[in-house]
Design a binder for this molecule. Sequence first.
Ligand code: NAD
Ligand code: DAU
Length: 349
Amino acid sequence: MNKTVLITGGAGFIGSHVVREFVTKYTDYRIVNLDALTYAGNLENLKDIEDRANYTFVKADIRDAALMMDIFRQYRPEGVIHLAAESHVDRSITNPTDFVMTNVIGTVNLLNAAKEVWKGEYVGKRFHHISTDEVYGALGDTGLFTEETRYDPHSPYSASKASSDHFVRAYHDTYGLPAVITNCSNNYGPNHFPEKLIPLCIHNILHNRPLPIYGDGKYTRDWLFVIDHAKAIDLVFHRGKDGDSYNIGGFNEWQNIDLVRELCRQMDEKLGRPVGTSEQLITFVKDRPGHDLRYAIDATKINQELGYRPSVTFEEGLGITIDWFLEHTEWLEHVTSGEYQQYYEKQYE
Ligand code: NAD
Ligand code: DAU
């Protein structure tokens, strides 16, 4: 094998697409997927590639500092792509400490392990930290987040991600660790866990359940197809500049209410239901505390420096996503049994 790349959180939504991209594209890399398999981690996401010779799964928790050190000593990765995190804003409002432990302490544990094992020999090494546009806070009706936008997180989730970004930069600036950060907008696509807006609505439309819209539904997000995020990560991992950060987005803003209406339209068409059927399920519910009004990414830097551009339009991406969920109802039923039911009742009822 040419090199070993450790991908954390590879059993989750985005991580599973990154693992697949790397395992299939770089057959000369050994890909080690490190994941604790929390409620959000699911090895079913990787069934199609789990037998590949260049793929290894390690069940481990990034909060365990000693274990991270052992794993780095055992596998000696040249590259790290760090996605493992608690990722849902609503859960961070209920359990903020879990987000500090995994997103902040877990990240520092990985940084320490990389620093210890690489011992200042940084040629050919890379620590790629996957972050979010939420670290920049909320925009008003105009403007875009650039890489220079001041950090201003509002939720416990975004505060924990901002903190982890600061630690990654600090390890670069203090110890010379070859690190790079990407800050991406909202992803959607196959394997998206149905606690997030799009898959939750797909699941509820299938079951004729209410579609909960927080507040007035005028909140705006910038949506990117998950496979396009995985391709951007590949580009930055291989060609990004040490110490830099890159914003990733789709120049694709939607108000939540318009997005859910478009989803209802496409679902009705695909399910052969009369036009307007699913829209009747839309229900305005209590707002999310500290809800950020608008996120929108300026992706000029990654476009100009690395030639990045999303490969699908939103309409195409949403169509592929809905088709995937319609073809994988068993996956949906597996992930919505057990813990999900209790979470859903507490959050919405
Ligand atoms: P996800 O919740 O679907 O998956 C997270 C994965 O991390 C799961 O497989 C889980 O088992 C694993 N994990 C959680 N805690 C762990 C721990 N303590 N030790 C080891 N593994 C652990 O998340 P996602 O949506 O795929 O997001 C992945 C990364 O991308 C996160 O860092 C998130 O902040 C970032 N991000 C997400 C989005 C988005 O729209 N989903 C956008 C930008 C950035
Ligand atoms: O911007 C990137 C971020 O996008 C990632 O860092 C996070 O990990 C990811 O979860 C996502 O955060 P959001 O909070 O934007 O995603 P979510 O799908 O939870 O919500 C999208 C919008 O929809 C937001 O304005 C809240 C609203 N919403 C969400 C849910 C779950 C509703 O109106 N009703 C809902 O039931």
